[in-house]
Design a protein around this ligand. Sequence first.
Ligand code: ZN
Length: 113
Amino acid sequence: MKPEMAARRIAHGLGYRFRLHRRDLLGTPDIVFPGRKKVIFVHGCFWDMHSCKTAHVPQSNSDYWRQKLERNRARDAKNLVALQAAGCQSLVLWECELNDPNDIPERIRRFLR
Ligand SMILES: [Zn+2]
């Protein structure tokens, strides 16, 4: 299952209503909770440069990849800051965390409380 799907399924299972990929919000968050001013991003470990084992810069064309991935990471960070400045709270869930999602429901519940 794709990590976005896993996150949606968990949020849905908790009984929350949400919308997907609101393009009018910075960074096009994966899951948006209207009225709560809260959004969830599901980040890919590779594309968004997570500090985990599955994230690594490819060995061939490594300069190209490093620049590209660093840009992604910088853009993600900028979006989170801008959303927060606009009064919107963000929760970032990583792909690797959703592979073993036991504590994700509790994190989502805490975040939305
Ligand atoms: Zn990861």
